[in-house]
Ligand binder design. Sequence first.
Ligand SMILES: Nc1ncnc2c1ncn2[C@@H]1O[C@H](COP(=O)(O)OP(=O)(O)OP(=O)(O)O)[C@@H](O)[C@H]1O
Length: 481
Amino acid sequence: MEDDNHTPTLSRQDSDLDFSFTTTVASSSARSSLARSSLCLSFNESTRLSSASASAAASTSSTVIPNLHSRPHRKSDVNWSAIKAATNLSSDGTLHLRHLKLVRLVGSGNLGRVFLCRLRDYEHANFAIKVVDNNLLTSKKLAHVQTEGRILSSLDHPFLPTLYAHIEVSHYTCFLIDFCPNGDLHSLLRKQPNYRLPIGSVRFFAAEVLVALEYLHSLGIVYRDLKPENILIREDGHIMLSDFDLCFSADVEPKLDNRTITGNRRSRGGCYGGSIQIHAEEETVTEFVAEPTTAFSKSCVGTHEYLAPELVNGNGHGSGVDWWAFGVLVYELLYGRTPFRGGSKESTLRNIASSKVVTYGRETETEEAQPGMAEAKDLIEKLLVKDPRRRLGCSRGATDIKRHPFFDGIKWPLIRTYSPPEHRGVVIKRNSKSHASHVITPSKRRRWIWKGLSYMLMKSKGSKRNLNSNQNYYCCRNNVL
Ligand SMILES: Nc1ncnc2c1ncn2[C@@H]1O[C@H](COP(=O)(O)OP(=O)(O)OP(=O)(O)O)[C@@H](O)[C@H]1O
């Protein structure tokens, strides 16, 4: 229970904080030791953090809770409900570290360590907490932490993390986000024969990443660190992009474009059948286009094997770097290696910058003849175009990539409902909402009110017909609450 006499000062809070993340815990990192690290050679002037503001940031102590009602995609999420319940019970209406219980270390990176944690009073909701020790970071890295916090707080998408709380305590910055128990795509690849995924799985993961990138671009965010290590697999088998410290923001004007497509329509020659006639038909479709237009940065950031040529050349780059990296990703998932990898990091960069075209190596004829393989290669070749002005995706964004034949048959608005592929090393929990009963949410309370109301109506009217209609109404409400 919350202490009623609680004074929200740092010293009082510190006494009941669980600072166990300061102790050394044996790592059970889901990330393989072969994971490729990101590089960062220079920074945009606009994102540089002065040491004065860095130390000011480090010394603040606050809990920043994102607006609990501004996440439409989380409306029925049990973790979100648990956070809301814990926050409502908190004496000052905010979440503190003392509300959390660290379970184990799941991984560590350049900026900090990530722990699995739970809310003390809602044991069934798992979260990941990224803990950054500001005292250990240079001002450049502190700027990255700030970027990550800013980006995380703006996201609301099923394939991106939800920031449940941003806690600044003493010299620690903590981000509470969704926990992904199935590790990352890099570790998953390394468990597969020849580090390769079947083409159906490649299509599934690529489609989800594409939708996540489209969302980021529509917010004007260029991701710049796409690689399998940063694609985490959620409990339900869907993906979650992570690691937003290398992102940069640009202007974007999402718009609806009309496009005319010509296709063939088949029709019967009369009311009762007859010969089939084929008509050439023009159709106008309205498409969502949201590609950052003014995106421009000269920083060389990312991971060697995934860097686009314009990044390597240092001539400045825009959102096209994400579409290049997307091509490298599809290639790696399909072939178990990246297309320009050389014997050293320098030779990798030389291969990327040179006009070398993408090659595929010696795959067996049977593998190459798999349905979808020709389309996958065509997609890769259209994405791995050195000149960003001619690269697929660079003018109209994800909309153009979604229409590529490799993704034929995907119903994009329904993508969240597709069953994720099963693989060795991934345990998919089909109904991740099974622990909903442990949290009393406002919507549940409303349901109880409705139940009570329908019971009262039933008693007052005494009619079976009315009872049924009330029940039906209640069921309908249930679906929309
Ligand atoms: N939400 C999560 N659920 C489960 N594991 C996670 C989660 N977020 C991060 N991890 C794991 O923790 C490790 C470090 O996380 P992350 O990459 O975010 O840290 P970082 O300090 O930003 O690293 P980087 O060096 O890539 O910048 C990774 O191995 C990742 O797999």
